[in-house]
Design a protein around this ligand. Structure first.
Ligand code: F6P
Length: 415
C-alpha cells in the first residue's frame, strides 16, 4: 500500500449489520460481499453483532461461509441479520476516547481499508461518529460508509429504504387475507392490527395496498403522524359498524394521544428503552381492543404483526431484494473510489414505469433523522392514506422472490 487509495494493491474490508433486521438486510450484505470480491478485496470480514461485537474483537471471515454463488443467492433469500445485530450507541468521543482507539486498533490489526455498516438512522450515527473521528485524527486510509436499511422507511434523503418494500408487501398481503377471515361470521367483531414503524407511519400506510376489486381492506388506518383521539376513534368505529358488523382497523404501534403518550404506554407495566432512547412499543392493538370491548361489548381480535413483518422473506418483494443487493454493491464501489462518511441512497426517476437510481449522500443529513409520512398523504380526518401514498408504495412491492424450497420449507443460511 502506498498510502493513496487509488493505488492500494490489496484491500481488506469489514461489514456489520445493526438495528432491527429486515427481510433483505442480508441481500445488502450479499451485495457488499459480491462487489468487494469482484473489485478484488483480499479479505472480507463480517462483524459479529455490529460495532458491539467488533469492540470485543468478534468477527468472521465471510469467505469461510460464502463459498459458492449459490451461498450468496441463499443469503439474499435469508431474513434477519446473518452476522447478528446490535442496538449500540457509540459514546461521544470526549466521553470515551478509548472506545474509538479500540475500534481503530481492531481495524488496524485486520488491515482494514473500508468499513461498511448496514443500518437505519440510529446505526448511521455510528458511521457519522467514526468518519468524523477519522477526519479529526487525520486517518485517511480507512473509509467509513453506510448502507441503508429499515422496514420503517424513515431514513431522510433516500426515496425509500431497503426492507420497506418487503415488509409493505407482507402487510398488504396479510391485511387482504385478514379481510377475508374478519368477515367470516355474522357477528359484531372489530379486528385491530398493530403495525411497526415507531414514529413513522410508512408501514401502517401499506395496509391501504390491500384494497382492490377483490378486497375491501382496512376500514380505518391510523398513522403516528397525527394525534390519536380515543373518543374520535370510538365514534368512527361505531359509525362504520352501522353499515357493517365487522370492522377492520390498522394502527401504528407508535400512535400517541394529545398528551404525547404512546397509546400502548397506558397498558404497559414495564416499558424497555434501548440505548438510543427508543421505548419498546407493543400492546397498542390490545389496548384499543379493550377500549372497544368495554364500550360496545363486541368481540374484538387484536393482532400484532410484530417481528413477523420484518422477517417474512417468503413473501419478499423482488424489487426490494434486488435493490438492496444493488445499493450494497454501489456503496462498496464508491468507497473503493475514495468516498467516506456517506450513505447509499435511492433516487426515484419515475413511477410509471418505475425507475430507480442509486447514489451516495452525506451521513450527517441522514444519521439520527426520522422522515415521516407527509401530512397531505393522510386523509379522512387522519383515518386513511391518499392515492399518492398508494402510488408511491405500489412499485416497491412488485415481483416475488422465490425461496429455494427444501423439504417443503425455504432454505436459509446461518452462522
Ligand atoms: O426499527 C425497526 C423496528 O422494527 C421498529 O419498527 C420497531 O419499533 C423496532 O425495530 C423494534 O425493535 P426491537 O426488535 O429491537 O424491539
Amino acid at each position: 500500500m502506498n498510502g493513496e487509495r487509488g493505488f492500494i494493491m490489496s484491500r481488506n474490508i469489514i461489514v456489520g449489520q445493526s438495528g432491527g433486521p429486515t427481510s433483505v438486510i442480508n441481500s445488502s450484505l450479499a451485495g457488499v460481499f459480491q462487489a468487494a470480491k469482484d473489485l478484488g478485496a483480499s479479505k472480507i470480514y463480517g462483524m459479529r453483532n455490529g460495532i458491539e461485537g467488533l469492540l470485543n474483537e468478534q468477527y468472521i471471515d465471510m469467505t469461510d461461509y460464502l463459498k459458492t454463488a449459490m451461498d450468496v443467492e441463499i443469503l439474499k433469500r435469508t431474513p434477519s441479520a446473518f452476522l447478528g445485530s446490535c442496538r449500540f450507541k457509540l459514546p461521544a468521543v470526549e466521553k470515551s476516547p478509548e472506545t474509538y482507539d479500540k475500534i481503530i486498533e481492531v481495524l488496524r490489526k485486520l488491515d482494514i481499508q473500508h468499513f461498511f455498516y448496514i443500518g437505519g438512522n440510529d446505526s448511521m450515527d455510528t458511521i457519522k461518529q467514526l468518519s468524523e473521528y477519522a477526519a479529526d485524527k487525520n486517518i485517511t486510509d480507512i473509509t467509513f460508509m453506510g448502507v441503508p436499511k429499515t422496514i420503517d422507511n424513515d431514513l431522510a434523503v433516500t426515496d425509500h429504504t431497503p426492507g420497506y418494500g418487503s415488509a409493505a408487501k407482507y402487510i398488504g398481503t396479510t391485511i387482504k387475507e385478514l379481510s377475508r377471515d374478519a368477515v367470516v361470521q355474522p357477528i359484531d367483531i372489530v379486528t385491530i392490527v398493530e403495525i411497526m414503524g415507531r414514529n413513522a407511519g410508512w408501514l401502517t400506510a401499506a395496509a391501504a395496498l390491500a384494497k382492490g376489486d377483490d378486497c375491501e381492506g382496512a376500514d380505518l388506518i391510523y398513522l403516528p403522524e397525527t394525534v390519536f383521539d380515543i373518543d374520535k376513534f370510538l365514534a368512527k368505529v361505531e359509525e362504520i359498524h352501522k353499515t357493517k358488523r365487522q370492522v377492520l382497523v390498522a394502527v401504528s404501534e407508535g400512535v400517541k394521544t394529545a398528551d404525547g403518550k404512546y397509546v400502548c404506554e397506558a397498558a404497559a407495566t414495564n416499558m424497555k428503552v434501548d440505548s438510543f432512547g427508543h421505548k419498546q412499543l407493543s400492546g397498542t392493538a390490545s389496548a384499543l381492543a379493550n377500549v372497544i370491548g368495554d364500550k360496545f361489548g363486541w368481540k374484538t381480535r387484536p393482532i400484532e404483526f410484530s417481528t413477523i413483518q420484518r422477517c417474512a422473506s417468503h413473501i419478499g418483494s423482488l424489487t426490494d431484494v434486488n435493490e438492496a443487493f444493488l445499493v450494497g454493491g454501489q456503496v462498496v464501489k464508491a468507497a473503493f473510489e475514495g468516498a467516506t462518511g456517506k450513505v447509499g441512497i435511492y433516487v426515484r426517476v419515475s413511477n410509471k414505469p418505475y425507475m430507480m437510481n442509486t447514489d451516495i449522500y452525506d451521513v450527517k443529513a441522514i444519521a439520527n433523522v426520522e422522515k415521516t409520512v407527509p401530512q397531505e398523504w393522510i386523509i379522512n380526518d387522519g383515518t386513511y392514506v391518499s392515492q399518492e401514498a398508494i402510488d408511491y408504495m405500489s412499485p416497491l412491492i412488485q415481483g416475488e422472490i422465490t425461496p429455494y424450497m427444501v423439504n417443503g420449507l425455504p432454505k436459509h443460511i446461518k452462522l
